[in-house]
Design a protein around this ligand. Structure first.
Ligand SMILES: C=C1C[C@]23C[C@@]1(O)CC[C@H]2[C@@]12CC[C@H](O)[C@@](C)(C(=O)O1)[C@H]2[C@@H]3C(=O)O
Ligand SMILES: O=C(O)CCC(=O)C(=O)O
Ligand SMILES: [Fe+2]
Length: 383
């Protein structure tokens, strides 16, 4: 891999990276949810309202599947460049899919990584991944087995989210992703940066939010993932790698579907340095069907509550998103300013689930702004 020089985006001023105490506080800011526990639905919803990110344990993906995929993917990335390009010819016919190196998307973003990006195709009952046909058979098999399992885990998490939101239909969110033809898998490989490359502290994958509904990430033991806690001045925190867990991200569409109750999380990856091993991550992205209307779910709206967003379809959003740079605020153009004008950080938050008898601002004359609860930045407990 050739050296690239780009401004480092590591937040050296981040107090959380400075001392063991601060690191422990950072870890505590990232919720862990045991998906098999009786309180899982509530814990999932709390995490999505707070950070928009959590570590999931007991997710049901056999560790042997994840380990096999990790080994096959490492072997694939060790191949000569031309072999990797040749093995992904089938997928690369449909950009942005296929093998990529250092360039992310098509608008000039770069990162210290190489990756494989594939669409899982149209048939959620079939394990075959259309663009994987020319991959080494052992990698293809490992990917197909893993993606089958991670799809199930995603379905389970989406059901818990719906339950935690108090929705009547547990399957309502899951149904939006199942069979949508908008599920992706991405395998990212971040080789260690060397001092002589002048890229120490290099951005592996720049700051962004994921545009879809949900993302589920599994990595090897090499650190690098950071998330930004919610709020304009909130710090970035390191996510301690844990190959036995899945890390769940709320995506932009889920933020809109919940009218801001769940928060799409900003995240980025710092490339490993010198003595560290490569980072290998596998991310499943669950998006809705292109024609799916993305707007706050009526069932979640309290009386008098207004949508924070202009409606769009996933097809429209995706087309617009793929024209943006990684770090752009993709939801910005869809935000309705009537609420945010009074306080740009204002988002409606539910401290309890809405019920038929739940009248927000019952003593006010239907002013929507008065229904807004300003969410304080989640920084106090981690400083
Ligand atoms: C710079 C870009 C890469 C990206 C498409 C985009 O124009 C903006 C969103 C990016 C992102 C982030 C999450 C996923 O990794 C991804 C596959 C996605 O759906 O949106 C990437 C896109 C990509 O790598 O093409
Ligand atoms: O590779 C990682 O750890 C995260 C990458 C990521 O956020 C993405 O691919 O969207
Ligand atoms: Fe991401």
């Amino acid at each position: 891999m050739v050296a690239i020089k780009a401004p480092s985006s590591i937040d050296h001023a981040n107090p959380l990276t400075k001392s063991p105490k601060a690191a422990a506080a950072a870890a505590a800011a990232i919720p862990t949810v045991d998906l098999s526990s009786p309180g899982a639905a509530r814990a999932v919803a709390d995490a999505c309202r707070g950070v928009g990110f959590f570590r999931a344990t007991n997710h049901g993906i056999p560790s042997s599947l994840a380990a096999a995929l990790e080994a096959r993917a490492m072997a694939f990335f060790a191949l000569p460049h031309e072999d990797k390009v040749d093995a992904t010819i089938a997928a690369a016919a449909r950009r942005p899919f296929g093998y990529g190196s250092r360039s992310i998307g098509s608008n000039g973003d770069v990162g210290w990584l190489e990756y494989l990006l594939l669409s899982l195709g149209s048939n959620s009952n079939s394990s075959s991944i259309p663009g994987a046909s020319s991959l080494p058979p052992s990698l293809r098999a490992a990917l197909e087995e893993y993606t089958g399992a991670v799809r199930n885990a995603s379905g389970k998490v989406l059901e818990l989210m719906a339950e935690g939101l108090g929705m009547q239909e547990r399957c309502a969110l899951r149904r939006m992703v199942d069979g949508s033809e908008e599920e992706l898998v991405r395998v990212n490989h971040y080789p260690p940066t060397k001092e002589e490359d002048c890229v120490a502290g290099m951005t592996g994958f720049g700051e962004h939010t994921d545009p879809q509904i949900i993302s589920l990430l599994r990595s090897n033991r090499t650190a690098g993932l950071q998330i930004k806690l919610q709020g304009p001045d909130a710090p970035w925190v390191n996510v301690a790698p844990d190959p036995d867990s899945l890390f769940v991200n709320v995506g932009d569409c889920l933020q809109v579907l919940t009218n801001g109750r769940f928060r799409s999380v900003k995240h980025r990856v710092v490339a490993p340095e010198g003595a560290q091993a490569s980072r290998l991550s596998v991310i499943y992205f669950g998006g809705p069907a292109p024609a799916q209307r993305i707007a706050p779910l009526p069932e979640l709206m309290r009386e008098g509550e207004q949508s924070l967003y202009r409606d769009f379809t996933w097809g429209e959003y995706k087309a617009a998103a793929y024209k943006t740079r990684l770090g752009d605020n993709r939801l910005g153009p869809y935000e309705l300013r009537n609420v945010a004008d009074t306080n740009p950080t204002a988002l409606i938050t539910a401290s309890k689930e809405p019920t038929a008898a739940d009248h927000c601002c019952s003593n006010s004359s239907s002013s929507s702004a008065a229904c807004v609860v300003v969410q304080p930045p989640h920084v106090a407990q981690v400083h």
